[in-house]
Design a protein around this ligand. Structure first.
Ligand code: PLP
Length: 469
């Protein structure tokens, strides 16, 4: 493809993006294809010769798009949302233009420096406290995922714990490592279990209370037992906004329990952290200034494209001490002089994308007030939906609606009927009970899509009750 041809197709792509977004709520939200549909439609081998790109585009629309579930539709209410905004698209486009791999400062100073500043912007926007600012000992970094962030924090916590326990250089640290325990609750996202398994740690699931909240007293009892057995508590993941139920762990008591054992406190606010741009929700993360690390995913709700997991650290040296490996080919003057930092020392992989560009475009384009308006609008819509649920006595809302998420019960059969009727919701297993979840928060969520979804849910319940009577 030459530049002229690229220009033609790129102009068309912009038209396609705008048309897609503007008409998305009219489409069925769920892909209608059957499993394996694509294998029958495309050749099993790559073409031997170059193909006409007009044909490729035609087949993209005819063959690929039917297999897309429309995450940006207002009728998408499953899981947590996936962020979109036009400035974020532009950020991704210019990222494709410069096509850098910003693992160190020297190979594109703006990549590192913009990320430092953007992470500080977030610290203030979310009210995390000055301890997370890069102007002091703290700082933020964009990671590939929440799970990658956990691996990084576990590595840092290990180094810190070993340093605290093994003042004598001769101590066999592998013996200590084998005794280390990672804690999460029965509601913690599976990333904690996966990271613990990957690094070979013991993983302990601590029970939550009836409201799915992890309390420090319960955690402390479990940790005390482990210590009595000779084990070493290492890290606890506390969640602000659990995946299934949207519950908020009791951070102050968890911090107290953890600190009594020198345990690293990591907060997973992947989804709920986004709400913190509005000060009225910050009471939900009370105690956050005390924790060691905190992640949130603005790619879930705050208008940014996947991937953009923001990890904030109280002590960045704990991470760089654990992760820095500096072969000769990565050395350069400014770093050797201590003038700059390299974000590859904050993450698992060496290579990294220029993700702060879309953050910069989006934050400048919306401003704090625009972000707040976006979040508050989704709260307004969930309040509208909640009122409809509460007025219909057949339904029982199970969760405190802290977030634009409603969990309800009727029967699992209702799940299938709803998802065949024009919206897409998801389910969760909470303390052994199946619940249905409806989450509002896409770029195209409106009063109309909210009312449409309520009608689908209500009419699906009518159908189900009629069939069973
Ligand atoms: N943490 C929570 C609370 C989540 O709900 C999710 C995904 O929905 C994640 C983390 C995502 O993890 P990852 O970024 O590793 O995909």
């Amino acid at each position: 493809m030459d530049a002229q041809e690229f220009r033609k197709h790129a102009h068309q792509a912009v038209e396609d993006i705008v048309n897609y977004m503007e008409n998305l709520n009219e489409r069925p939200v769920l892909s209608q294809v059957r499993p394996g549909y694509l294998r029958d439609l495309i050749p099993s081998e790559a073409p031997k010769e170059p193909e006409d790109f007009d044909l490729v585009m035609k087949e993209f629309h005819e063959k690929i798009m039917p297999g897309i579930t429309h995450w940006q539709s207002g009728k998408f209410m499953a899981y947590f949302p996936s962020g979109f905004s036009y400035p974020s698209v532009l950020g991704e486009m210019y990222n494709a233009m410069v096509a850098v791999i910003g693992f160190n400062w020297i190979n594109s100073p703006a990549v590192t420096e913009l990320e430092h500043v953007m992470m500080d912007w977030w610290v203030r926007l979310l009210g995390l406290g000055d301890g997370f600012l890069s102007t002091g000992k703290g700082g933020g970094v964009i990671q590939n995922s929440a799970t990658d962030s956990l691996i990084v924090c576990m590595a840092a916590a290990t180094k810190r714990q070993i340093h605290a326990l093994a003042s004598d250089e001769d101590v066999d640290t592998s013996v200590l490592r084998a005794k280390m325990v990672i804690y999460g609750s029965d509601q913690t996202h599976s990333g904690t279990a996966k990271a613990a398994r990957l690094l070979g740690y013991i993983h302990r699931v601590v029970p939550t209370d009836d409201s799915c909240v992890l309390k420090g007293s319960v955690l402390k009892a479990v940790m005390d037992r482990d210590v009595q057995k000779g084990l070493i508590p290492l890290l606890i993941t506390a969640t602000i906004g659990t995946t299934g139920f949207g519950s908020m762990d009791d951070l102050p008591s968890i911090v107290e329990a953890a600190k009594s054992h020198g345990v690293w406190v990591h907060v997973d606010a992947a989804y709920a952290g986004n709400a913190m741009v509005c000060p009225e929700f910050r009471h939900l993360q009370q105690g956050v200034e005390q924790v060691d690390s905190y992640i949130f995913n603005p790619h879930k709700w705050l208008l940014l494209h996947f991937d953009c997991t923001c990890l904030f650290l109280k002590d960045t040296a704990a991470v760089t001490d654990a992760l820095t490996v500096r072969p000769y080919y990565l050395r350069y003057h400014e770093h050797d002089q201590g003038l700059v930092e390299d974000f590859s020392d904050y993450q698992v992989s060496l290579g990294r994308r220029f993700r702060s560009l879309k953050v910069w475009f989006t934050l400048r384009s919306y401003g704090e007030s625009g972000l707040q308006q976006y979040v508050r609008n989704h709260y307004r819509l969930i309040n509208r939906l909640e009122a409809a649920f509460r007025a219909d006595r057949r339904f029982e809302i199970l969760n405190p609606v802290h977030l634009p998420l409603i969990c309800f019960r009727l029967t699992p059969a209702l799940f299938n009927i709803i998802n065949q009727s024009g919206i897409f919701i998801s389910k969760a297993d909470i303390h052994g009970q199946v619940i249905l979840r409806v989450c509002i928060g896409t770029f195209n969520s409106t009063d109309e899509t909210t009312d449409f979804s309520w009608n689908v849910i209500r009419q699906s319940a009518d159908k189900l009750l009629m069939a069973s009577s």
